[in-house]
Design a protein. Structure first.
Length: 230
């Protein structure tokens, strides 16, 4: 009977702990993305657009430095959460080009407070004429987690010797280049938050059940060895 009860406890504990972990692995607590900078939700979390121009190139659309001057462009995004962040996955894109009239480059930064920034990606200009496409597609470093905020900032810059101020003249540095309606997000963020107390209780019960069964098995094993020796 004891063995049966222990087996039932073990199965329930494993199921409880396993269900909780599996459910968090398959879904995210927060998910946001846009396939084009002209999408209706593209600037839902944008808190700063400095010297930034939204370029519609036809199929492709993106942010770039404003063609009216030679200042860098800065795009800043802020995400607030009800609980501390536990893990997060970011997909973000920067495209750079080198043409006869100039070259462009960009950097992507992340922060947990909007004050201390950590570089996530550097996108240099191509060494020869043409374009290169850079993508950050990874879990965020743990140094950016644990707070209730996530900030991202793209900084774009480029040279322009063409002598004109048409949009193409400073389109050599691009952020969130994407094609509207193609099903591929130009920017996407997934976030898991620190589990709520109820989830932690469930995990604790599961771990406690495993511990109890282990202790019972060890005790029965010791009692059996003692009986055989007598």
């Amino acid at each position: 009977m004891r063995a049966k009860r222990c087996a039932i406890t073990l199965i329930c504990s494993v199921f409880a702990a396993g269900w909780s972990c599996e459910s968090r692995g398959e879904t995210w607590d927060f998910s946001y993305g846009y396939d084009s900078v002209f999408s209706p939700n593209a600037e839902d979390y944008t808190v700063g657009l400095v010297n930034t121009f939204k370029h519609d190139e036809g199929d492709s659309k993106f942010y770039q430095p404003h063609p009216a001057n030679l200042d860098e462009a800065v795009i800043t995004m802020r995400f607030d959460f009800p609980e501390a962040t536990e893990d997060a996955h970011l997909t973000a894109r920067i495209a750079t080009y080198t043409w006869w009239f100039g070259e462009g480059w960009g950097r992507l930064y992340g922060s947990k407070d909007g004050s201390n920034w950590e570089q996530l990606m550097y996108a240099p200009p191509p060494e020869s004429e043409g374009g290169e496409y850079w993508k950050y597609d990874d879990l965020l470093p743990t140094s950016l987690l644990g707070g209730k905020e996530l900030w991202f900032q793209a900084v774009l810059d480029c040279t322009n010797t063409s002598g004109v101020t048409a949009p193409w003249s400073r389109a050599t540095a691009q952020f969130s280049r994407g094609v509207a309606g193609d099903g591929i997000d130009a920017f996407h963020l997934n976030v898991n938050l620190v589990p709520e107390p109820s989830t932690l209780v469930l995990l604790t019960i599961g771990a406690a059940g495993l511990l109890v069964c282990g202790l019972r098995r060890r005790r029965r094993s010791s009692e059996g060895s003692a009986s055989q020796s007598v």
